[in-house]
Unconditional design. Structure first.
Lengths: 525, 203
């Protein structure tokens, strides 16, 4: 009789699925030692929102100084406050918040038991947290960005803190990229991954190609400050805080939008391949590390490549807007909080890309003005909306309870207002030739004070938005009564097949996936 | 290999059993490729600043690198980098044939040749005559120091995989870790080649 040997070993994606998990260790020890991807993701999310409050408060303080530069309110500390505002907005909030969302949600989306290298992911969180503390400590001794901060000891501390934080985020990006590339369940080819997983893969790739360059320049700056060389290394840093790099930092929001909208509309995305390509193209066009020398040679901003890329970035974003509009038109739309937050995120990102395209028009002379800050403000608000959309959408998986809908809708309104007011005012001030960067005496012309006041109000709204998220996390706690639906939105992708909150040890054996929307297929069958 | 999990099924009943599990994902290899890209970009950033600074200084003063620095140690280090790559592939080949003795020999050779890179760089530092407290010295030590750090990371990775091989974790059936270490060693060799040409040859 012909026989064949069949090994009954489980695939790696389901290797630990259903296995009896060891009893979790509680308390602080359990938190410090955790390798649970949901816990690590939650820690990243909550901590980054807390740090956003710090960043936005610092933005308000800088704005107050910008309203009237004739009298310095923060004697000797303005440089530190300005540095914290830039760093906290982007590298202590935007990137880690999306990283947290990805670490928590991606394994559920791709049918993996956990994130790749969970211990490395946990180490990246704790290293990032420690480094964030160093950044804040540096600010307390007047440390900040090299080149503007007068205190050398504090500047060294700031460089170490930011370098550590960005290095930790890079490790997290490796974990996220590896999860999508190597831990997908059977049948889930790369073109079948959920849109957030694809957006996270594209983002992780761009982060891995740009953040290490930032770290390398920080190393140069450390040596420059330590040995008092005054080589001008600080000029190589600024690309990391401006366009197009800020678009790369906010890129995962495109994945969130393209996952939330079809579910909210109860329909499929048409031309999915085009949308996958659009997210990838947006990633390529937001690569910013090539501007490393722009600080010492501003003529780079007039390069054909830079100008064309700034305009070209609009195309994939418009394609995604078209895909979103088409889904909304064909579906039955319920104005849920995740949908409002997601659509708001896409609109503000598009506005940011439009302002960025305006910036590079030579005749407008906007490079070096607060139009640069307008792009950052718009993209930051868009990113915050994207993080909030994902948090509300996946809240039953993340926290085991649904976050308050009303608060989510209010948040969408607040953040849309924050982005539009801050970005619009900064752009208008840019047209009036207000220079970007640290507010300096004589830099404010008559008539710009009101715009600066509006800009400050927008930043304050952003801080209010961060507080609203924290309030939502606290007030939603009482609804965790063990009766949370697994699929509250009638979802399309694998994460909605898991319990809320997901059981430890992964989703268990999964049927081979045959399309990009396996749950929707099952419901329609 | 988990013989208690093995089941013998008549071939005519194969349709009734579930499809085979997916192939073991190569998580370590994928992560190594991603991390290697990140390391290469960090090094490329430093190299870009080095070249920009050198170009600006040469245009202003016409002088950059002391002519007295010998090229011979740098050439020997390049040969070492190439040789160590061959040794790494020898380790991959040997473990693919379940030939552990040769795999360990290959790893040992890599570790020795890799350590030589530190000695060679130290000697070149003594000859360079750069002080770090100057714009030229700053970028010189940053670029070459970063390359030494990358070599150190590659040696640690290779040593770890050698110990794992010693412990029997890798075999012809699974040599992922050894292949991953080899991928990273290509980064070590590529970065040294860049330093050799951009720093030592085109002074």
């Amino acid at each position: 009789m012909a026989v064949t040997e069949v090994e009954a070993q489980a695939g790696a994606a389901t290797a630990t699925a259903g296995a009896a998990a060891p009893a979790p260790v509680g308390g602080l020890a359990g938190l410090l030692a955790t390798t649970d991807h949901l816990t690590i993701g939650r820690l990243y999310l909550v901590t980054s929102v807390l740090l956003l409050v710090v960043g936005r408060v610092c933005a308000v303080l800088v704005g107050v100084e910008r309203v009237d530069t004739s009298d310095t309110l923060f004697d000797g500390a303005l440089e530190a406050i300005f540095s914290v505002h830039l760093t906290a907005d982007l590298y202590l909030f935007l990137v880690p918040a999306f990283l947290g969302l990805a670490i928590a949600v991606l394994p559920l989306q791709v049918g993996a038991a956990t994130v790749a290298f969970p211990r490395a992911a946990a180490a990246s969180y704790w290293a990032w947290l420690l480094s964030s503390g160093v950044v804040l400590a540096a600010a307390f001794i007047d440390g900040g960005l090299p080149g503007i901060s007068p205190d050398l000891e504090g500047t060294l501390l700031w460089v170490v803190g930011v370098g550590g934080a960005v290095s930790a985020l890079t490790v997290g990006a490796v974990c996220v990229g590896t999860t999508v590339l190597a831990l997908r369940t059977a049948g889930m080819t790369v073109d079948r991954v959920p849109m957030f997983a694809w957006g996270s893969l594209v983002s992780a790739s761009i982060w891995l190609l740009t953040l290490p360059v930032f770290v390398a320049v920080l190393v140069l700056n450390y040596l420059d400050v330590e040995y008092e060389v005054a080589s001008g290394a600080a000029t190589y840093l600024w690309w990391a805080f401006g366009a197009p790099q800020v678009f790369a930092l906010a890129l995962p929001l495109l994945g969130v939008v393209l996952d939330v909208v079809p579910v909210a509309a109860g329909t499929r995305l048409r031309n999915r391949g085009v949308l996958l390509g659009a997210v990838g193209a947006a990633g390529v066009l937001s690569f910013g590390a090539d501007l490393i020398a722009a600080g010492s040679d501003p003529s780079i901003y007039q390069d054909v490549l830079y100008v064309v890329a700034a305009f070209a970035l609009l195309l994939p974003l418009l394609a995604i807007l078209g895909g979103v509009g088409d889904a909304l038109r064909r579906g039955k739309v319920a104005l849920s909080a995740p949908l409002l937050l997601a659509v708001g995120a896409l609109l503000l990102l598009l506005a940011g890309a439009a302002v960025n395209a305006l910036r590079v028009i030579d005749n407008l002379d906007l490079v070096g003005t607060t139009a640069d800050d307008a792009v950052r403000e718009l993209v930051l608000a868009a990113g915050f909306l994207g993080v909030a959309a994902g948090t509300w959408f996946w809240s039953t998986k993340l926290f085991g309870r649904a976050l308050p809908e009303a608060l989510g809708r209010l948040l969408a309104l607040v953040l849309l207002g924050a982005g539009a007011i801050a970005g619009g005012a900064a752009l208008a001030a840019g047209f009036l030739d207000q220079p970007s960067g640290l507010p300096a005496e004589g830099a404010v012309e008559d008539g710009v004070e009101a715009l600066n006041g509006l800009w400050t109000a927008g930043a304050a709204l952003g801080a209010l938005g961060a507080l609203l998220v924290l309030v939502a996390l606290v007030t939603g706690r009482g609804k965790a009564d063990g009766d949370v639906p697994a699929d509250p939105w009638d979802g399309h992708t694998l994460e909605w097949a898991t319990a809320s909150p997901p059981a430890p040890g992964g989703p268990g054996p999964i049927e081979p996936v045959t399309s990009a929307t396996p749950l929707l297929d099952r419901k329609e069958a | 290999m988990a013989t208690d999990l093995a089941t013998y099924v008549p071939i005519e009943e194969l349709d009734e059993i579930p499809p085979p599990p997916p192939a073991r994902p190569r998580v370590l290899l994928v992560a190594t490729v991603l991390a290697s890209a990140a390391v290469l970009m960090a090094f490329a950033g430093l190299m870009a600043v080095y070249l920009a600074e050198r170009s600006a200084t040469l245009a202003a003063t016409g002088e950059w690198f002391p002519a007295s620095i010998p090229l011979t140690p740098a050439n020997l280090m390049l040969a070492g980098a190439g040789l160590s790559l061959v040794f790494m592939h020898w380790a991959v080949q040997a473990i693919g044939n379940d030939d552990r003795r040769h795999a360990w020999m290959a790893f040992g050779a890599v570790l020795i040749v890799g350590a030589f890179q530190f000695v060679g760089t130290g000697f070149l530092y003594s000859q360079a005559g750069f002080t770090i407290a100057s714009p030229e010295g700053l970028v010189f030590y940053a670029v070459t120091g970063a390359q030494v750090a990358i070599t150190g990371a590659g040696l640690l990775f290779a040593a770890l995989m050698a110990f794992r091989t010693l412990g029997g974790q890798y075999s012809a059936r699974d040599r992922e870790g050894v292949v991953a270490a080899t991928v990273f060693w290509w980064v070590v060799a590529a970065t040294y080649t860049a330093v050799w040409y951009a720093v030592y040859v085109t002074k």
